[in-house]
Write a protein that binds this ligand. Sequence first.
Ligand code: PLP
Length: 489
Amino acid sequence: MSAKEERTRRDDVAGYQGYHMTPAEFRRRGYQLVDWVANYMECVEDYPVRSRVQPGDVRAALPEEAPDGPESFDEMIADVDRAILPGITHWQSPGFFAYFPSNTSGPSILGELLSAGLGVQGMLWSTSPACTELETLVMDWVQRMLGLPEGFRSDRGGGGVIQDSASSAVLCAIVAARERATEGAINRDGASGGLTAYASEHVHSSVEKGVRVAGFGETKLRKVSTDRKYAMDVAELERAIEQDREAGLVPAFVCATVGSTSSHAFDPVAAIAEVCRREGIWLHVDAALAGTAAVCPEFRWVHDGLEGADSYCFNPHKWMFTNFDCDCFYVRDRGALVSALSVLPEYLRNAATESGAVIDYRDWQIPLGRRFRALKLWFVIRHYGVEGLRYHVRRHVELAQEFARWVDESEEFERVAPAPLTLVCFRSVKGDEATERIEETVNEGGRVFLTHTKLDDRYVLRLSVGQTWTEHRHVATAWEELRAAAQEV
Ligand code: PLP
């Protein structure tokens, strides 16, 4: 339909609908867009995985000014095909092995659509009771599904909340730790005090950002050295805490990582928890990627020692077929978190809050407003069932383990870190320059995409399995391409 015809249609209903998309039109366009997304799922493998555009190309392909009058949906979709798709790096391609998975699935996308359709703002229980109660229920389901400590359940004084990201989760954990360490003094008076935080040198950058934002100051984050498996050295942690106490500082927060971003290292949580218990320090465990593995009983070891943690998070938006954004954040004692983040202006007062019988999740996060994210996770869990999730997690682990074996048996490559789950770190036996050239050649080919890190100052390739549609043949293609590129260097 032309833009002119669409305008005429709008005129027909003007006065009531004005320029809005009518429900009838939404229905038609909605079916069209769902078809588009389903086609995308079917064909995503055919696109070069990494976008090939140059800086500025996408903007240059689009008008500089916003349109004066309405444009048709057909024109919009045509522009998506022409100008947007070339600028997409296809995270949903089964050849995507870069960074970490950010996977999605049909039930998740439909849950997201429903959430947008309902358009709920779930800041308080009373602004949409179902938004809060479904979230609490789903978080309690997940606690059981992953075998997390019972203390994280909503009926045990703790509880779970869905955050937008692991970065927000760790920031909430840091402000809760700050609240506990200063008995609320920082919130009241704003004095930053001499609070210190600790994490391994391989901790995710979000912790560094969190301690900045929470006012500790980044020089107060102690990066504890690691052992040969890139896991935190607990004796070093103890020494750092002792030195800080001697200097009159206040150790307040430790972050242990299970499945670090760079190499998938596992910090020894039980030993770290023991130190934190003795010292009265808040322990947060970041399992952003690896946490999903615990849905399988044989991988529950990823959470060894977690019962000693004060807070924990993992990302269904990485490896549980739930599209970004969806981070599950748990605390053992919700008191410190709520006390750190609760501000109650008159315009939000309501009888349910006053009764104390409900959860108001605005007090469990930094922003006031919140989306109905539980819907998509609820849809995913119900669609797959625990059994379906286990099946796919096991499949991904098997694929990565097979790739690790190929690396170990090859003459061209060597493995440089343990690969207990889905991330394999390896390099060319010819050194850094060769490894970097292999990476570039493979990525330019377009069928697969992988990225690198540095471990012990050496350039290292990372193959991260976990995209929803990845099968054996995609991992085999990655291996063929790597070996072919290795012949050329
Ligand atoms: N923690 C770890 C271990 C990660 O691998 C990542 C991923 O980038 C993050 C935190 C940050 O996750 P998010 O993007 O949800 O903030």
